[in-house]
Design a protein around this ligand. Structure first.
Ligand SMILES: NC(=O)c1ccc[n+]([C@@H]2O[C@H](COP(=O)([O-])OP(=O)(O)OC[C@H]3O[C@@H](n4cnc5c(N)ncnc54)[C@H](O)[C@@H]3O)[C@@H](O)[C@H]2O)c1
Length: 242
């Protein structure tokens, strides 16, 4: 999975999975531009911006390519989760979820594909979710948004393979990150206790660590996955969505 000489852009680079992706890409000797709402200390280049801003998303691949002196890999990892049944969802829940989880990857893919094509090919990996493939309870907006990313991955994966661009998605189930922990905190639960009980629901005996998602992202971005296009890879420890 050696990525020597490759230039990568990672969104959500300061988050739980994002940090692990940046570290895993760098461990394979890629040069990484990380973007988030705050500066990412661990990436080689940091681009600060808000993915709900369409102009920022449209310009992000070119900005990364300029700063990195090329672009081979794009990881659409940033995401937000808004919880609760549809009857409790606000317009803002819907707008932010679709802006970050769907519109941003759409805009970034649209802008990145010509850059990757001009360079002779490349790889895009989207971080979707098992909950976008198999709907889980009481998270309709999140599931809908992740289903859209999953579908976009399958569509673009087929449409742009002829340009040497492989587009795939990783679909995790529960991962031990701030996104998961903040959800327990907002419901008045102790995250460590809640995660211990969640671990017991996973056939492999524990929820995922961010590095276990990052390793699959790096695989899909690497030459080891050179014949994989438009695929949704579930990384779930054997746990089905209930
Ligand atoms: N943690 C899980 O259990 C889990 C499960 C399945 C899928 N995922 C997906 O994995 C991805 C990463 O999630 P995570 O668990 O690391 O979450 P996280 O909350 O730790 O990180 C998400 C990152 O995205 C960034 N982000 C959010 N909105 C943004 C915006 N408007 N502009 C710029 N950056 C923004 C945040 O600042 C944060 O650094 C997400 O797409 C998430 O949906 C997570």
């Amino acid at each position: 999975m050696d990525l020597s000489g490759k230039k990568a852009l990672v969104t959500g680079a300061c988050g739980g999975i994002g940090q692990a992706i940046v570290e895993a890409l760098k461990a394979q000797r890629a040069t990484v531009a990380g973007t988030d709402r705050i500066a990412c200390a661990q990436s080689d280049i940091s681009i600060v911006g808000d993915l709900t801003d369409p102009v920022f998303c449209d310009g992000l691949p070119q900005e990364a390519a300029q700063q990195l002196d090329g672009l081979d890999i794009v990881i659409n990892n940033a995401g937000v989760i808004r919880r609760g049944p549809v009857t409790e969802a606000t317009d803002e829940d819907y707008a932010v979820s679709f802006a970050v989880n769907v519109e941003a990857p759409f805009r970034i893919c649209r802008a990145a594909i010509p850059i990757l094509a001009d360079a002779g090919g490349g790889a895009i990996v989207n971080v979707a979710s098992c909950w976008g493939v198999h709907p889980g309870p009481n998270h309709p907006i999140y599931c809908m948004s992740k289903a859209a990313v999953a579908s976009m991955t399958q569509c673009l994966g087929h449409d742009h393979a002829h340009q040497g661009i492989r587009i795939n998605a990783v679909c995790p189930n529960e991962v031990d990150t701030p996104m998961l922990r903040s959800g327990f905190e907002s419901r008045g639960m102790d995250p460590d206790t809640a995660i211990a009980s969640l671990n017991a629901s996973v056939p492999l005996g524990r929820i995922a660590q961010p590095q276990e998602i990052a390793d699959v992202v790096v695989f899909l971005a690497s030459e080891s996955a050179r014949y994989i296009c438009g695929t949704l890879v579930e990384v779930n420890g054997g746990k089905a969505v209930h």
